[in-house]
Write a protein that binds this ligand. Structure first.
Ligand code: SF4
Length: 390
């Protein structure tokens, strides 16, 4: 059934009925020609709740690879042959240092992530120290922890240490979950999000799309996120790493990605909606247009893969007439360019073509991940001696 998408957003803004499952399905099924009118409708909601602000988040991968779980989409999974960085827990001081690069780049939220099914109590203490140290140095920064499935009391401990939020994605629908992971259940994921909320943490939970889910399953997942009543929804687009079960899975087009983001926005009008991992390779040149639907992104690189340069992220935000939340009075593009000029001089002086300070090179050394059509394993930033992309 064809719907007038604009009427749906107008109805929502007038306090009428929320988007139904059937309407969300029709959004996913919209033709390429209809997609711009869908974006316009979703943009009305985005503008109403978030004006022209973009929340910038920054990932710090505290522990990479070496995971015993078998999530089929993940380059860190058991048996993954993906050539990613593998390292165990970084030191608190390094975590704070890495976070500082993102904060300097305009990030207001630092996402501290570790691979694994879930943390031991000792791991939680380790991360609690990192959070306390980070908050001491950057009291204004929000911290979101992402450590997997939590056990009794762990969410409370993270909250006491100063964490603001906890991320645990539902990823897909309940009935598709068993097709992508056999070592833990969908329900365990739901329970962890609930535990975080009960401990007073803001819940962040989202999706990975392009994993052979049907439109019906995607709609179920979008409504499950709505029912969770979290505060932020990251939408990841599958990066089919070579060496994982979903390698060679290419189902998404840029316009399809836009329709998915629109459907999530239309069902969750007031939630922080983030275009997350894989946006560069799947939305491609439509990333800027997607900012009219989403109000949040990750700056720079992802956990195990490279993103487009942080400078290009900031230019994209500025070019679209958006401002970075919390940095409305700063010219982040000019700041980044000044840092780059300074570092270029330093590297020429030291004959070092890839310095140790924040690297935002647009087309410079190592900057190939964002625009590549294949996932490019991250080889800079956390866990390396090289400058991060921030
Ligand atoms: S998503 Fe997390 S739990 Fe699953 S394999 Fe990757 S690191 Fe492990």
């Amino acid at each position: 059934m064809n719907h007038n998408f604009k009427l749906i957003s107008q109805r929502i803004l007038a306090g009428g009925n929320p988007t139904t499952r059937e309407e969300a399905l029709s959004m996913l099924a919209a033709s390429d020609e209809q997609t711009l009118s869908l974006v316009e409708a979703a943009s009305d909601l985005r503008r109403y709740y978030f004006s022209n602000t973009v929340k910038v988040n920054y990932l710090v991968n505290l522990k990479s690879g070496l995971c015993p779980e078998d999530c089929g989409y993940c380059s860190q999974r058991l048996g993954s042959q993906a050539e990613i960085l593998k390292y165990t827990w970084m030191k608190p001081q390094e975590a704070v240092e890495q976070a500082g690069y993102g904060i300097a780049g305009g990030a207001s939220r630092i996402c501290m992530v570790a691979s694994g099914k879930g943390p031991t109590d000792r791991d939680v203490e380790r991360v609690a120290t990192m959070i306390e140290d980070l908050k001491d140095e950057y009291p204004q920064a929000e911290v979101c922890a992402c450590l997997g499935i939590l056990k009794e009391g762990q969410a409370q401990r993270l909250s006491e240490a100063g964490a603001d939020a906890y991320n645990h994605n539902l990823n897909t629908s309940e009935d598709h979950y068993q097709n992508i992971c056999s070592t833990h259940t969908y329900q365990e994921r739901v329970d962890t999000v609930s535990a975080a909320q009960e401990a007073g943490l803001s819940a962040c939970s989202g999706l990975i799309v392009g994993m052979k889910e049907t439109d019906q399953q995607l709609v179920e997942a979008i409504f499950a996120l709505k029912n969770l009543e979290g505060d932020s929804i990251p939408v990841n687009f599958l990066m089919p790493f070579a060496g994982t079960p979903l390698e060679d899975t290419w189902e998404l087009t840029p316009l399809r990605c836009l329709r998915i983001l629109c459907a999530v926005r239309m069902v969750n009008p007031e939630k922080e909606l983030r275009m997350a991992g894989g946006r560069e390779m799947h939305l491609r040149s439509l990333q800027g247009l997607a900012l009219n639907v989403v109000n949040s992104l990750f700056l720079g690189d992802y956990l195990t893969s490279e993103g487009q340069s942080a400078l290009d992220d900031l230019k994209m935000i500025q070019d679209g007439g958006f401002v970075v939340l919390g940095a409305e009075d700063r010219n982040l593009v000019a700041e980044h360019e000044a840092i780059l000029r300074e570092k270029k001089l330093e590297s020429v002086a030291s004959n070092n073509s890839c310095g140790t300070a924040p690297c935002s090179s647009s087309g410079g050394c190592g900057d190939q991940g964002g625009s590549s059509s294949l996932p490019v394993p991250r080889k800079r930033g956390a866990g390396t001696d090289l400058a991060p992309n921030a």
